[in-house]
Design a protein around this ligand. Sequence first.
Ligand SMILES: *[C@@H]1O[C@H](CO)[C@@H](O)[C@H](O)[C@H]1NC(C)=O
Ligand SMILES: *[C@@H]1O[C@H](CO)[C@@H](O)[C@H](O)[C@H]1NC(C)=O
Length: 246
Amino acid sequence: MLYTNIKMITALACLACACVAAPASRASKRCGLSTANIDIPSGVGLPAPAYNPTLLGLGVGTQNYTCTSAGTYTNVGALAELFDVSCLYGSPEFQNLPSYVYDFWNQASVSPADLIALGETFDPSFILGEHYFITNPVTGSGLSPKWDFTSHAFAGYPEAFVVGSKIADVPAPTGSSDIDWLTLTNLTGLLANEVYRIDTRGGQPPASCVPGSAEIHVKYTSLYCQVLGGLVLKDDDREWIHTAIY
Ligand SMILES: *[C@@H]1O[C@H](CO)[C@@H](O)[C@H](O)[C@H]1NC(C)=O
Ligand SMILES: *[C@@H]1O[C@H](CO)[C@@H](O)[C@H](O)[C@H]1NC(C)=O
């Protein structure tokens, strides 16, 4: 137990180092992405993003499911911590990041809530924020995914979140145990116009369940790409985000 936790922490600390290795000022710990592309392999039927990504987050958490009366699992939300991986974009490690971190995460006896608490003990500048679900703010019913960066990366900016509405959903090209790749558009919040969930690992429930059985939490990692965003930040320290608003 202790060993896997230490490995988990080491893996996360490596991510932190990658970011801290970038130049010293606070703002530049988050790297500019003006030349980055969201790499969607040909044959994966997601719409191409109209702009470069403005934020790249590695999501580490669980997908939650309850068992329906039909004996199949249905998704009832998720909870994940999002680590800023923008400084790793273009490095040889970047492509393998979701599977590398997943291998530690899947073995660690650490919950997403533990991870979020643990995040407080690291330099928080490499944490973007949290991903979780809320009641759909437009219709008032059903659940909507939210990426909320008001706790860390954009503390002090109450609109630094996006609540998404799914516009495309395709099976992960990497296999049936990985959750779908998605494109979402913004329902509310100024963080982004679009969110892509790609390069997923894990997160799929078993094919069947016994009706009445307890909710399950299935570990996953994925790359979340936030595209564009209308957030106007006046803090010079965070001016990098302006460059993303064309
Ligand atoms: C999802 O599961 C996590 C535990 O992995 C839990 O902390 C969180 O509250 C759950 N969220 C929902 C919406 O069920
Ligand atoms: C979506 O985001 C853009 C940029 O942040 C914003 O201009 C637009 O009003 C948002 N749409 C909605 C429905 O909030």
